[in-house]
Design a protein around this ligand. Structure first.
Ligand SMILES: [Zn+2]
Length: 293
C-alpha cells in the first residue's frame, strides 16, 4: 500500500475510528470493566456503553491510540511510516505530520512497544544463535569484550538455500548462560536444531535443546545468513536513531524484527500493526505509561 493510498483510506478521523471500532469489537462487545457482552450506543460516535455497569468506552480506549492529543490520521500515518522498510526518525516524522518532535518521539516509542514479540510463535527448524554489539565506534572492537558496547542476542530461522524465516534480537546484559538460556527457551521450540559457534557459553545448550550443536566459526565463511541479518539490523538502527539510548534500544530492535518477520505478508504491515495495537491493549497500556513517564 502506497502512502498516498493509505492517506486516502485513513485521511479522516471518522475513517480511522471506524477501522478501530471494527477491529476492536466488530459485531461483538466485551466490557473492559465487567466483561458484560451487551451494549448500547455511547456518548460520542462509535462509543459503546455497557448495559450492566454503564461504562462508556471509545474505540481508542485502552489501545495504542488512547489519549493521543493529535488527530488519528496523523497517528495512523506515523504507524505507516514506522512499519515501512526504511523507517523514519522522530524528527522526520514530526516534520511530516506537523507535531512537535517530543510528541512524535513519545508516540513512536509507544508504537514500538506494540512491535515486540508476543512470544506465542516460537522459532523452529534450524535456528542459528549468535551475538553482536551495538554502539558507535566500539562496534569495531574485536571479540566479546564489552566496554560501552551493548550486546544483542540474535536468533535466526535458517531455511533451505540460504533463505531465512523469522528473526529475534534481544538486548542482553552479558554473555552468561544464566542470561542467554532463558531468552532462548522463551523464543525457540525445544526440538529445534539450534546451531551456535564454539563460544563456551553455549556448551550446555543441548540440555535445553536436545539437537543443539556448536560449529566452529570460520571467519565469515559460515553463518552467512546470521551475518547478513546482523548487518541488516545494524543498518536499520543507524538510520533510525543516532544516539542509541540504551533504555530504548530494545524498542528499535523490536521494530526491525517486526518488519523483517512480516516482509512476506500479503496484508500491509501497518494494518497488522494497528490490529496488534488493539489485541494486546490491556497488557501493553501499563508499559506505555511507563515509557511516557
Ligand atoms: Zn461493564
Amino acid at each position: 500500500m502506497t502512502v498516498i493510498g493509505f492517506m486516502k483510506r485513513f485521511g479522516t478521523q471518522k475513517a480511522c475510528l471506524e477501522h478501530l471500532s471494527n477491529k476492536k469489537w466488530g459485531q461483538s462487545f466485551l466490557c473492559s470493566r465487567c466483561k458484560c457482552a451487551v451494549y448500547t450506543e455511547g456518548n460520542t460516535y462509535l462509543d459503546r456503553r455497557c448495559n450492566n455497569c454503564k461504562y462508556n468506552e471509545g474505540a481508542t480506549a485502552n489501545t495504542l491510540f488512547h489519549g493521543v492529543k493529535f488527530p488519528l490520521p496523523k497517528a495512523f500515518l506515523i504507524c505507516y511510516r514506522l512499519s515501512t522498510k526504511k523507517g523514519m526518525s522522530s524528527h522526520e516524522i514530526a516534520k511530516e505530520v506537523g507535531i512537535t518532535q517530543k510528541t512524535a518521539w513519545i508516540f513512536c516509542a509507544k508504537v514500538r512497544a506494540f512491535m515486540n514479540s508476543s512470544g506465542l510463535h516460537l522459532l523452529e527448524g534450524e535456528v542459528h544463535v549468535d551475538e553482536c554489539v551495538i554502539g558507535g565506534k566500539e562496534e569495531k572492537k574485536p571479540g566479546r569484550s564489552l566496554g560501552k558496547k551493548k550486546p544483542v542476542l540474535m536468533t535466526v530461522e535458517v531455511r533451505a538455500k540460504g533463505k531465512i524465516g523469522r528473526v529475534y534480537a534481544k538486548r542482553i546484559a552479558n554473555y552468561q548462560k544464566e542470561t542467554i538460556y532463558p531468552i532462548l527457551e522463551g523464543h525457540i521450540k525445544s526440538d529445534a536444531k539450534v546451531v551456535t559457534d564454539a563460544y563456551p557459553s553455549y556448551d550446555k545448550l543441548n540440555e535445553k535443546f536436545a539437537q543443539a550443536k556448536q560449529v566452529k566459526s570460520m571467519k565469515g565463511a559460515n553463518f552467512l545468513e546470521m551475518h547478513q541479518q546482523i548487518m541488516n539490523m545494524k543498518g536499520a538502527l543507524r538510520g533510525l536513531h543516532h544516539k542509541s539510548s540504551d533504555k530504548h534500544l530494545q524498542g528499535y530492535l523490536d521494530q526491525h524484527c517486526f518488519r523483517t518477520n512480516r516482509r512476506t505478508m500479503k496484508e500491509p504491515i501497518v494494518l497488522n500493526l494497528i490490529e496488534k495495537a488493539l489485541v494486546n491493549r490491556i497488557v501493553n497500556y501499563k508499559y506505555l505509561k511507563a515509557i511516557a513517564a
